[in-house]
Design a protein around this ligand. Structure first.
Ligand code: NDP
Length: 337
């Protein structure tokens, strides 16, 4: 059993030294427990926060503990009548080959599912995040302009496509020409601005001649600065993530711009609301599964996975995620299904 533990806490961007690959015995399931073999491990930006020893909405990973993570796993041994060998489940087994569970919190997946890893992406937490953040907080209306950052990624790609289905004009912001081309040609956005090009502010303004009604915030930093002056009266800003600052160790230089931001929120009557997706499963998950299953079956939502082979490559892939080296939903394949 291979597992990757948190060896030390990063200061700034994580490095290989912050992780340690260990070999341990495959655990034995006790009475009422099952043995899970991880097939796919989801790598997500929130994991950077769990590496810090700082107060947040969830406790940090302890030093020497297995890194947290959502997984798709196969039942390989069962002392629990509710699960049979061969069942596929969605679990939080973390960065390891094997895990034991008493079944609490596991979601069963259809064994015949053609691509089980989608349960970690478009049909799972990131897709659900896009759905709730855009529809319930963004409240997009036909004809409005929706801007989304990290537009080719797991969350952003779904945000933009749902906004198109709702009749909006959709502008993405993404890192690099390849990602922007994909966002327009494959995902059907109306425009996409390369955040790595100079003149970000001018380019975004030119792509949003009627201003911005909904900004789905995934990154913060320079992209947020470019969006801010373009927000319309009564704009909505679902604050989903701020990945540009996850590795930051201090506040940015320069004068305190909080009063200017709050002033703008006031005069333009802007609604800015953060959300954490775990709060919404009880009320909205069923709606999401119904709608997303339909959209996927009808070919209305496209998705792209960045599939990396081998658990041992998870640290490197995760470091890349925080720099935009992934292209699509980042998933590690830990075993063949
Ligand atoms: P993505 O698949 O979008 O991958 C992350 C992307 O972020 C990168 O590909 C890159 O895109 C962009 N990025 C990385 N570093 C920077 C940087 N320094 N500045 C600007 N952009 C950067 O990840 P997800 O879709 O899984 O997550 C997107 C956001 O949603 C994250 O902020 C995440 O924390 C948040 N999230 C929040 C949830 C909640 O409950 N609130 C739940 C799930 C996700 P590019 O190269 O195109 O710039």
């Amino acid at each position: 059993n291979r597992r990757i533990v948190l060896a030390s806490r990063p200061k700034g961007p994580p490095t290989a030294d912050n992780f340690r690959l260990e070999e341990t015995e495959v655990p034995e399931p006790k009475d009422g427990e099952i043995l899970l073999r991880t097939l796919y491990l989801s790598l997500d930006p929130y994991m950077r926060g769990r590496m810090n020893d700082a107060p947040s909405y969830a406790p940090p990973v302890n030093i020497d503990d297995v890194m947290v993570g959502g997984t798709v796993a196969r039942v390989e041994g069962s002392n629990n009548p509710k699960f049979a060998v061969g069942d596929l489940v969605q679990s939080m087994s973390g960065w390891q080959d094997y895990d034991v569970s008493d079944g609490t919190g596991l979601a069963r997946l259809d064994k015949e599912m053609p691509q089980p890893s989608l349960a970690l992406g478009v049909m799972g937490m990131p897709g659900f995040t896009a759905y709730v953040g855009l529809l319930d907080i963004g409240e997009p209306k036909p004809g409005e302009t929706v801007v989304v950052s990290a537009a080719s990624g797991a969350v952003g790609s779904v945000v933009g496509q749902i906004a198109k289905l709702k009749g909006c004009r959709v502008v993405g912001v993404a890192g690099g020409a390849d990602k922007c081309r994909y966002v327009i040609d494959e995902l059907g956005f109306d425009a996409c601005i390369d955040r790595r090009e100079p003149d970000l502010n001018e380019n975004l303004a030119a792509a949003c001649p009627d201003g911005i009604d909904v900004y789905f915030e995934n990154v913060g930093g320079a992209v947020f600065d470019a969006v801010l002056p373009l927000l319309n009266v009564h704009a909505r800003v679902p604050v989903c993530g701020r990945i540009a600052s996850y590795n930051a160790t201090s506040l940015p230089d320069g004068p305190d711009r909080t009063p200017a931001l709050v002033g703008l929120l006031l005069v333009r009557r802007i609604k800015m609301q953060g959300f954490i997706i775990f709060d919404h499963y009880e009320t909205r998950y069923r709606d999401f599964v119904r709608d997303m299953s339909g959209w996927l079956a009808d070919g209305k939502i496209m998705y792209r996975e960045d599939l990396v082979e081998g658990l041992e490559n998870a640290p490197e892939a995760f470091m890349g995620l925080l720099e935009g080296r992934n292209f699509g939903k980042l998933v590690i394949r830990t075993a063949t299904d």
